[in-house]
Ligand binder design. Sequence first.
Ligand code: ADP
Ligand code: ASP
Ligand code: MG
Length: 913
Amino acid sequence: MPVVSLAKIAASPAAAAGDFTVRVPCIYGKRLVSNRVFFGNSRRGSSVSHRVRNELQSPRVLGSVTDLSSDHSVENGHLPKGDSWAVHKFGGTCVGNSERIKDVADVVVNDASSRKLVVVSAMAKVTDMMYDLIHRAQSRDDSYLSALDAVLEKHRATALELLDGDELASFSARLHNDINNLKAMLRAIYIAGHATESFSDFVVGHGELWSAQMLAAVVRKSGLDCTWMDARDVLVVVPNSSNQVDPDFAESEKRLGKWFSQNSSAKVIIATGFIASTPENIPTTLKRDGSDFSAAIIGALFRSHQLTIWTDVDGVYSADPRKVSDAVILKTLSYQEAWEMSYFGANVLHPRTIIPVMKYDIPIVIRNIFNLSAPGTMICRQIEDEDGYKLDAPVKGFATIDNLALVNVEGTGMAGVPGTASAIFSAVKEVGANVIMISQASSEHSVCFAVPEKEVKAVSEALNSRFRQALAGGRLSQIEIIPNCSILAAVGQKMASTPGVSATFFNALAKANINIRAIAQGCSEFNITVVVKREDCIRALRAVHSRFYLSRTTLAMGIIGPGLIGGTLLDQIRDQAAVLKEEFKIDLRVIGITGSSKMLLSESGIDLSRWRELMKEEGESANIEKFTQYVKGNHFIPNSVMVDCTAEADIASCYYDWLLRGIHVVTPNKKANSGPLDQYLKVRDLQRKSYTHYFYEATVGAGLPIISTLRGLLETGDKILRIEGIFSGTLSYLFNNFVGARSFSDVVAEAKRAGFTEPDPRDDLSGTDVARKVTILARESGLKLDLDSLPVQSLVPKPLQACASAEEFMQKLPQFDEELSKQRQEAEAAGEVLRYVGVVDAVAKKGTVELKRYKKDHPFAQLSGADNIIAFTTKRYKEQPLIVRGPGAGAQVTAGGIFSDILRLAFYLGAPS
Ligand code: ADP
Ligand code: ASP
Ligand code: MG
């Protein structure tokens, strides 16, 4: 895995427009102390006193070199520029129907700025419809005609709802005229079976022409003097080699001046987004989503005091709100941060929007047309306090790009050979592919880069042909294509000066069990980029987002076996969930519960106050594979855990597969750890190698800290000599009460009545349960013991092993009382008691389960009730063993033990402890 980053293409906004040569951020990356502060519209303090005041007032704003000459309104010929101008841009959803167009008009009318320019997109979906017309026509599909009718109808109906009188008549005339022209044009495309780029650009730009004219007419209705502007008369752009266009500011400014000389009274202008002209006056576009860019160019031409981009969300979120439901609105972003976010897929802003306005220090505000009370996100120069300390969090946001492929060019012959990288990327450039990120191992053995999936075939062919000789001669070992990748980028200007940010980032990914294919950190350090498998991308995004933003650890849980213990656990989680969320930032969501016949699933989390009813009413047929897929496959929560509350070997045999799939496992089920040795070793081995966790404290002594105590001893270097204990609550009870004149069968009968035994007491008396616990502890101490090889003294008299029922067994048990009574009396005569114990003898490397005698002052003789007691004799605890004692059975304490393992998992996964 190539993990050492070298550079990222287009590492700075300055390189955004260019091809894929690596550029060092220069013009805009320079730190300059500015004496101006931006507070609302007073960004451009021009008087000396204002500057001095601002200097005293800090925070300072720093960033770009600023054109001071544009500080105040200047008249350039007929073109008025400066702070009097407000530029707004309304996206497609803002003008999606007539009601919304009216809302937009209200916003325009209510802006108190003396001059307003509004850039408008086509109505929502219209640009897609226009591209579709071309597609149909050039595929010689007649349906382009009916599709064109739909376009006409959409605009005709909207105009009818908005306009009347002359305005309606003149818009309708224009619309029909345009549609007729389009029909002719599409017919030509249909006949040719092909559309040239300028033909399609001409066609697709009509959406903006219509929306701008309608909006202008609606604004006029409120009495404002409003003119619409066909941006093709003003904006001049030059196609570049990256299949993009670059604005020609000088020519555009000239044309804007000319436009003004003809529309000198215009105070409110509604301009078309997206469309422009080439220097030869051929209609063209700024490419998909280009209206933001249009608005930025126009804002820069006017040196407006602000550019407000209106859309359908409250601002820029810390991550795409469609992918991360917990994303938060960012109050401010620096230009660089906004650029990085948009470049890496936050489509709320077109990446090229930044450069033109940044040059003149014009702030961009992203606002929601549907929620005017939200202040939105301000994008401006980075704000620092008096000490030069950058305010704000180190990581601002996360974004992703899907549908990428990684290309890995590898070989020993690359090291130290100048020009290899250049040869690789010139081959890539020749096929016009867009390189999104690069990473090179510092050993120079491999160069790896990401390109859009659709371009990878051409890239691979170009590289194979360019390096045919090197491959044949073994200087290059391979050109590997890794499809189905996604990029995840963390963005934040303060990352550079904050150590440990990348460690936290990678830690969050590791804990979510995400495999990273490549890494790059731009030299600007505004960004850390990783390439992951596409199917992991959303999980990865959520994992890092919650790590930085919510500092909340969310666990998706699948509970298997909602019987006595599982049910008690669910109730405990229900009662504690709110406290965990509030105080410990742990969000436990049970998204599935399965019994042996029914299961209940809920992506957002099952309502635990009603889980029993819901299970009955809404449960579906249980299916463990489907259940597993559901728990793992949920895309909202990065970490998943299965909690097996059954005693089934079948379920235990799933752990390996779960861990392999990155699902953590918590269980009180003894079957896995005391089952076949090879299976146990396989599970532990996998779990140690991976970042998945497997906790099973409740397998021994219920909630008592036995496994964790043992681990603590081992991990700190102590040496276990012997573990000896009373591991069965039932057998503890039996022998604690087997005193005086009582017979053993009498005590068993009493315990059975009180519910302290299994329904068939032979399950306790056989010693198998204790033997399982001894096996678990022995293995935990490093012994390779098998359950079958353990000598177990059964307390079930041989002749009673075959009894058909528990009743028959209980009835016959008194016949065998004599033997145990004799043993007890002998012990008593020697000042001792009988205790049924399990022993791990780590020195002799063996385990036993047997009835033993202990002196009356031994801790094991002092027990009462059904308590467990476990003594660890170790190198450190040699004279006096370390003793753990307490109730070791019962639903509440067992569920409590499982619960504490779940919380341990949450802490391991990053919850604050
Ligand atoms: P418009 O048509 O107004 O230009 P877009 O669809 O281009 O709107 O952009 C707005 C959309 O961008 C939002 O609806 C949101 O779903 C999406 N988006 C993606 N990433 C982010 C982010 N980090 N913050 C805000 N919105 C985002
Ligand atoms: N209408 C164009 C598009 O959908 C431009 C834009 O809305 O930004 O791509
Ligand atoms: Mg957009």
